[in-house]
Ligand binder design. Sequence first.
Ligand code: ACO
Length: 382
Amino acid sequence: VTSTTTKVESTPVLAPAGLEGVVVADTSIGDVRGLEGFYHYRQYSAVELAAERSFADVVDLLFTGQLPTKTNEGTELIPRALPTGLAAILPQIARTGTPLEVLRSAVSLLGGELEWRPILDISADELLREARELCSFVPTVLSAVDRLRRGLTPIEPRDDLGFAENYLWMLHGKTPDATIARAVEQYLMLVIDHGFNASTFTARVIASTGADVAACICGAVGAMSGPLHGGAPSRALDMLDEIGDPSRTATFVRELVGAGDRVMGFGHRVYKTDDPRSRFLRDLAARLDAPLLGFATDVERTVEATLAELKPGRELHANVEFYAGVVMDACGISRDMFTPTFATGRVVGWCAHVMEQADHNRLIRPSARYIGATAPQPVPAR
Ligand code: ACO
């Protein structure tokens, strides 16, 4: 008896557009519970960490799994002075794009200058060292870029200042007020990690190829620059400007949504209730007596009510970006530095995910369903 075996392609499973609800990895770094309005880093409420701890402590938690204690002080993360090659190139590239675009280029240059090697070829300890290095260069790069764009000379970090204090010092050239520095530090802690958002997923996809950590973070920065992800806080303040007076809010929202556009700083893929980050930032804005808070709160109330009417059942609330702009504005950070400041915190989460991916790696390589014309067709003559 002869038998012939025909190879049959297995039927591909089609994931929903935007991979909504699809679990693509295991992680111990943190989780977002959208219906509860809760998120955590390695089992500790991120909001509680932001209220109680320092940025350096939370970085240690993300990178090593341990929160520093009295007896185990952990490793302090402070901004570092730029290596000479990048410091020399930065004045030439500072105006080649937005500060976030320049950061993307600078991270790429850093990887080359510091000879960061493919993750596939290095140990976990070496990757941890490179990740710490990378995170400590980001505020130095961004503050230098901001100053160069304003025609000012970059300022080096100081040994006696913490992470957020140093960032503000390097941006503005004066020792920051303690309340402002703590507000920026709390903001940075709040945005370190947030589930499998687009930029984190991007970083993990690149890490899964075994590329170096700079490549992972360049990709993540690119993903974050999109207005549907990290590019919204300055747009949220632009929107407040455009609204001009709270009494115009409902009309503004109706016109915007009628034209098929979105209200920036509202809605979230996972949160279907208040975003805990926006609640924290609203309170923080109140403690800072933020100039835009009253206006923003009025606008928030009306936007939520109008969206509930126009998009019933979608549960569209203010997200992290809405009050982030209000807080950063109160801290003297300029609008084009809002998303870069977000990246200064989130780079820690990206690096933690890169390390986790490297720790039990398998190349991420999904498939696409082909929906074009039937193949094969004869190739037509020219
Ligand atoms: N304004 C108006 N309508 C909205 C908004 C919004 N901000 N957000 C969602 N909707 C509507 C959609 O039009 C859609 O309506 P439909 O069902 O009639 O088609 C419905 O709500 C569901 O929207 P989706 O697009 O399925 O929601 P998704 O999960 O893809 O969107 C997103 C999440 C991208 C954040 C969206 O809410 C949005 O575009 N918001 C504005 C941009 C923004 O604030 N980005 C920052 C996000 S936070 C962060 O990444 C750190």
